[in-house]
Design a protein around this ligand. Sequence first.
Ligand code: FAD
Ligand code: NAI
Length: 465
Amino acid sequence: MSYDLVVIGTGPGGYVAAIRAAQLGLKTAVVEKRKTHGGTCLNVGCIPSKALLHASEMFEEANHTFPALGISVGKPKLDLKQMMVHKQETVDANVNGVAFLLKKNKIDAFHGTASIPAAGKVEVKAEDGSTQVLETKNIVIATGSESAPLPGVTIDEKIVVTSTGALELGSVPKELLVVGAGVIGLEIGSVWSRLGAKVTVVEFLDRILPGTDDEIAKQFQRILQKQGFEFHLGSKVTKVETGKKGTVVTVEPSAGGEAKTLSADIVLVAIGRRPNTDGLGLEGAGVATERGRVTIDDHFRTNVPGIYAIGDVVRGPMLAHKAEDEGVAVAEIIAGKAGHVNYDAIPGIIYTAPEVATIGKTEEELKAAGIAYKIGKFPFTANGRARAIRHTDGFVKVLADAATDRVLGCHIIGPHAGDLIAEVTVLMEFGGSSEDLARTCHAHPTLSEAVKEAAMAVEKRQIHM
Ligand code: FAD
Ligand code: NAI
C-alpha cells in the first residue's frame, strides 16, 4: 500500500488532518489502535464529560431552579443508568460520525497500533498480532495524550480512577476526593457533586486553575465552595490506601509538614496529561522529543523530513479545537499551501456551572510582560437576560492595550461563557479594539450584552451599571 499521507491516531487532530488532506487530493490513510475513531475527545474526554455535565446540570436545575420558576415536579429522582445511556448514545453518534466522514472522504482506515520503522514507512500491528507496512510520502503523528500518573498511587479505574473511570461510575460516590484543581477535576467533580457526592479537592498549588486569570479563579473557587466543594490548597496526596473500611488518603502540605488523612469512596487523579509516544519507535526513526512531547517547528515538521506532529503530542494547550486547527494547517502545508494557527487566539472553556471562558492574556501575564492595559468589567447581576434565567453569578472582564485599545484578553465567568467568548475570539483574530466591540450592536435581551458592556466599561461608559 502506498500513500501521500498516513496519519497515526484519529482524535480531533488526526481525523481532521486526514479529511482536509483528502479534500486537497492527497491519497490518505489513518491508523487507530482504538476500536472506534475520535480519540480521547470523542470516546473518553470532551464528549462523554459534556453529556454528563449537561445531564447533571439539568438534574440540579430541576432540584433547585424549577421551584423558583414556578415549576413543581417534586423532588427529581436520579436514574444513573439512563444518564449513562444518554452519555453512551452521545459518544456512539459522534464516533460513528467520524467513521462515516472518513469513508465519505475515501480515507483508508487501518485498525491497529502504529509504529514508524523509518521515514516513509508506518507499520501497523493488528490485535491478532499480524503486521503490515504502509509506504507513504508523509506521516502525521497525532497520537494524543494520556492521564499523568501520581507517583506511588496505583490506578485501578474502579476506586482510584482517572477521568475515564470517573465518567463510568456505577453509583454516586458518597465522598469523591479529587487530586488536582484543574479542568478535569472541577468539571468531573461538578458532575458528581450535582448528583449528590461530597467533593473534596486536593491541589498542590495555593490556588485553583493555575494559568487562569486570578480574579476569575478566586470567584470560581467561592462559587464552587457555595456548591459544596471543599478545597485543600497547597497540599499533596502522598498515599492512597484502600481497605475494608474504605479508602484513606494521606495529604501533606506541599511545602512539607504534618500529614493528615481524608476518607473517600472514589479518588480521581487529575494532575495533568502526558503525551502518547510509547511504542511509536520515535528513537529508531530519529524523531526528536522534548520532555516527552514530539519536537516540531512552526510548520509542524519534526527534525525528520516527511514526519510531522500535531495535537496533544506536541507543545501548546491540550485542547481539541487546537488539535483540529493544527490538523487543518498541517494538511494544507503538506499539500503545498500555507496552513497557519494563531496561538494568541485559542479560547479555553471550563464547562461547569457557571462556565469559565478565557482567551488571550491574563492580567498577571500582562503585568509580567510590562504591557500597560485598561480593564473593563461587567457583572451578570446587571444583565436582564441573566436575571430572567436566574443565573447571575459571574462577570465579564475585557483587557485592552492602554495605548492602542487592541483587545489582548477576555475572561468570563458566567452563564454560557463558552459561547459568549466566540465573538471576542473573532474580534481578536481580526486585531479588533474594545471600541469595536463596544460600538457593535448586540441584541437585547441577551447575555452577550454583558460582553459589550464590559468593552464599554474599558472607557467607563457602560450604561447599565
Ligand atoms: P487524542 O484525542 O488523544 O487522539 C489520539 C488517538 O491516537 C487516540 O485515539 C489513540 O488511541 C491513538 N493512538 C495513540 N497511539 C497510537 C498508535 N501507536 N497507533 C495508533 N493509534 C494510536 N478538550 C477540549 O478542547 N474541550 C473539552 O471539553 C475537553 N474535555 C476533555 C475531557 C476529558 C475528561 C479529557 C481527558 C480531555 C478533554 N479535552 C478537552 C482534551 C482533548 O480530549 C484533547 O486535547 C484532544 O483529544 C487531543 O486530540 P489529539 O487528536 O491530539 O489526541
Ligand atoms: P490540568 O493541568 O488542568 O490541572 C492539573 C492540576 O493538578 C493543576 O492545578 C496542578 O497544579 C495540579 N497538580 C499537579 N500535580 C499535583 C499533585 N501531585 N497533587 C495535587 N495537585 C497536583 O490537568 P487536568 O485537569 O488533568 O486536565 C488535563 C488536560 O486536559 C488539560 O490540559 C486540559 O487542557 C484538558 N482538558 C480540557 C477540558 C476543557 O477544555 N474543558 C476538560 C478536561 C480536560
